[in-house]
Design a protein around this ligand. Structure first.
Ligand code: ARG
Length: 461
């Protein structure tokens, strides 16, 4: 297949150099964006009388034909061309002849690839957002169904205070919600059109950049032509957004892996989302969660690789920037896949309410509440803290929970205790009394859920 340059060369490119520089292997996935951009560019050239109506119509028809043929498999994108831009253009020339050679008027592959990547990023970003919408909806359902599923809350991975499963998942709702709004911010900054910047310095043709920007769904044309072809900030921002999403997924995965251990047994991962061992018949492994956690490394790597690639580049376009695509595609595929997997795993996972509640009861998660009780009865909090510390030691020795102690045992630690202690430190009371905004108490939690539901419906409903 023909290459798009060569007039000033007297020798063929070395075969290895060609293989070294070709990007068609990976940039073929930009074919939709490339053709779409070319159609709008051609229409603009026609509108501005840079091309005749007939030339424009031929080009648009040819490009539409190529689009349809690739879509339905009649035309396969092979590796004969250097990149996707050359592939589309040389096929156009094959199909419609000389008019095809006029498409690239007033355009460079530099603004072309800048446009293709922006369009691709914008579409991917929208897809990631939709996937997060499903994940958030699954999390909301878990929150709604588990307002009174008691479980231990942890700090330092030590049982700390009792919470509910609803509250725990509410934390993840907030994280993924922030991810959604971060994508919105990125999209907003991304949404300017680089087409028309040319190689770096605009063109002498009277291009209508407002028109192409509008037709391609951008807010406006980019302001500076050198920046237009050398900017990959939007991609870096998206990769950062993806890294954060992945970090949140990884933390959740880690918790699921822990909850799934024989020791915890807080959850049962559905058979469809776990795997067995080839040697140990008893095993049911949380592979999906582990893989999500594991893929976090490559997503961060993709971001780091792009940041590093960009860091010393002089303005404007440099071939280095061709190296933006593989890490970007890799991160997009990985994160989208992980969000989908997480949604499937969560929506089929069983929560062992009995195990969670038992664990909360036997972890002294109500110790603070015993101290608060004493403080309410007039014991200075610092003294109360010491008394309850001694009580915990006693309970460990006697293998008891705090609320298992008899009244005599309570009195052996402080006269301030009376019968109402049992009610005051029951798991239910400990959670129900936590009613500040954002706390796990049922009323507070129901308000949090209602607000989350409203936000979700506004954004995804
Ligand atoms: N394959 C190239 C890339 O991805 C397209 C732009 C080529 N521009 C150039 N001046 N060689 O960056």
């Amino acid at each position: 297949m023909a290459q798009l340059w060569g007039g000033r060369f007297t020798k063929e490119t070395d075969r290895n150099v060609k293989a070294f520089g070709d990007s068609i292997f990976f940039d073929k996935r930009l074919w939709r964006q490339d053709i779409r951009g070319s159609i709008v560019h051609a229409k603009m050239l026609g509108k501005q009388n840079i091309l005749t109506k007939e030339e424009t119509d031929n080009i648009v028809e040819g490009l539409n034909g190529i689009y349809d043929d690739i879509e339905n498999g009649k035309l396969v994108i092979d590796n004969s061309c250097e990149d996707i831009h050359s592939f589309v253009e040389s096929h156009l020339i094959d199909r419609i002849g000389d008019d095809g050679k006029r498409l690239h008027t007033g355009r460079s592959r530099n603004d072309q690839v800048a446009l293709d990547m922006r369009l691709y990023t914008r579409e991917s970003l929208d897809e990631t957002k939709v996937l997060l919408g499903s994940l958030l909806s699954t999390i909301l359902t878990i929150m709604e169904e588990n307002v009174d599923t008691f479980m231990p809350g942890f700090t330092h991975l030590q049982k700390a205070q009792p919470v509910t499963l609803s509250h725990h998942f509410g934390a993840y709702f907030e994280m993924f919600k922030r991810d959604v709004t971060r994508l919105d911010d990125t999209r907003d900054r991304l949404n300017e059109c680089p087409l028309g910047a040319g190689a770096l310095a605009g063109t002498t043709y009277p291009l209508d950049r407002e028109y192409t920007a509008r037709e391609l769904g951008f807010r406006a044309p980019t302001a500076n032509s050198m920046d237009s072809v050398s900017d990959r900030d939007y991609l870096l921002e998206y990769l950062f957004d993806l890294s954060l999403i992945q970090m949140h997924l990884s933390r959740l995965s880690e918790e699921i892996i822990t909850w799934n251990t024989n020791e915890y047994q807080f959850v049962e991962i559905d058979d469809g989302y776990s795997t067995g061992s080839s040697i140990m018949p008893q095993k049911k492994n949380p592979d999906v969660a582990e893989l999500i956690r594991g893929k976090t490394g490559r997503v961060y790597g993709d971001l780091t690789s792009l940041l590093t690639m960009m860091k010393g580049l002089p303005l404007a376009y440099d071939k280095d920037m061709q190296e933006d695509k593989e890490p970007a595609f890799d991160a997009i595929d990985a994160v989208d896949g992980c969000i989908t997997m997480m949604t499937g795993m969560l929506s089929t996972m069983k929560f062992r309410k009995d195990r969670m509640e038992k664990s909360a009861r036997h972890g002294f998660t109500n110790a603070t509440d015993v101290a608060d009780y004493l403080a309410e009865k007039g014991v200075p909090f610092r003294d109360a803290h010491g008394i309850v510390g001694r009580m915990v030691l006693y309970c460990i020795d006697h293998k008891k929970a705090l609320d298992d102690l008899s009244m005599d045992e309570f009195h052996s630690f402080s006269d301030a205790f009376s019968d109402d202690i049992y009610e005051a430190i029951s798991l239910r009371t400990c959670v129900e009394k936590r009613l500040t905004i954002g706390a796990p108490g049922q009323k507070a939690m129901e308000e949090e859920i209602a607000k989350s539901r409203t936000w979700w419906s506004k954004v995804f409903g």
